[in-house]
Design a binder for this molecule. Structure first.
Ligand code: NAD
Length: 271
């Protein structure tokens, strides 16, 4: 018998199917976990060791209580990017939430930026979201509901030195977000972007470890120094904080948020 004093577990995304690109690590993994914790079925995507991927699928399946699979598309290849959503539709029969998260960057002055690397960055950061969105929208329109969330960056809203391809691709992604939001404005499909500042993913901890070794300081002090570099708050954003914002965008409360680019940046862009 149900105990009336215990609130039933709320699983607002039960029955929803989500695709999160680049969800085997970092921000994408945190978003996948958050969606699974609310009961969504998941298509994961991203690189990783075979055994680790099996474990990840199992653990997220247990968390979600629904079907979870891993689709290994390399999204810097336009053909694989275009084929990813059709694979989701084939396996799950629907797609409700699309999170375009996979992304990469190259740091160098523009004069030294290898043109081939520029093409790769554009392919993954901007072309892949174009392909996933254009192939997802017909199903979302048919279902009459959808959430598209693009993980951009503060560099989608402001410039940065030695990051021309990253800045251009993320500004492009914010523009794509607005265009898609307008094309879907009369529907229950929304499209928004999240623009994080520095996030405490694996790379942040690796850089902090290197700095600690170089400067002979503690890892904690190195982390604080890195955070203070860009973030007026002196703190980096956690992947879970980005995931919480993504969850909010999936909620009905956010149904009239359309074409926004939400900063989550410790005050970076407020200066
Ligand atoms: P990460 O490097 O920790 O993880 C990237 C994920 O994408 C992994 O699962 C990886 O396997 C996958 N991936 C990489 N190349 C891929 C490809 N070609 N095809 C398919 N999957 C691929 O990255 P992160 O730091 O969590 O960043 C995620 C997103 O957030 C990126 O778009 C990034 O630009 C953006 N972002 C990151 C930060 C930050 O400080 N980490 C800040 C702002 C924005």
């Amino acid at each position: 018998m149900n105990n009336p004093l215990v609130a039933p577990t709320v699983r607002p995304l039960a029955g929803r199917v989500a695709l999160v690109t680049g969800s085997t690590d970092g921000i994408g993994l945190a978003i996948a976990r958050a969606l699974a914790s609310q009961g969504a079925s998941l298509a994961l995507n991203g690189f990783g060791e075979a055994a680790a991927l099996v474990q990840l699928v199992e653990s997220l399946g247990a968390l979600s209580g629904s079907y979870v699979c891993h689709l290994p598309a390399d999204l810097s290849d336009p053909q694989q990017a275009a084929a990813l959503v059709p694979q989701v539709l084939q396996q799950f029969g629907r797609l409700d939430i699309l999170v375009n998260n996979a992304g990469t960057q190259h740091k160098s002055p523009i004069e030294e930026h290898p043109p081939g690397r520029w093409d790769q960055i554009m392919a993954l950061n901007l072309d892949a979201p174009f392909h996933t969105i254009r192939t997802a929208l017909p199903a979302m329109r048919q279902q009459g509901w959808g959430r598209i969330i693009n993980i951009a960056s503060v560099y989608g809203l402001a410039g940065g030195i030695d990051r021309s391809s990253y800045v251009a691709s993320k500004h492009g992604l914010v523009g794509l977000t607005k265009a898609v939001a307008l094309e879907t404005a009369r529907t229950a499909i929304t499209c928004n972007a999240i623009c994080p500042g520095d996030v405490s993913t694996r790379i942040f901890y690796r850089n902090a470890k290197l700095l600690a070794e170089q400067e002979q300081i503690s890892r904690q002090e190195a982390q604080q120094r890195i955070a203070a570099g860009n973030m007026p708050s002196g703190h980096v954003v956690s992947p879970e904080q980005v995931a919480s914002l993504a969850l909010y965008l999936c909620s009905e409360a956010a149904s009239e948020m359309r074409g926004t680019a939400l900063s989550l940046d410790g005050g970076w862009l407020a200066r």
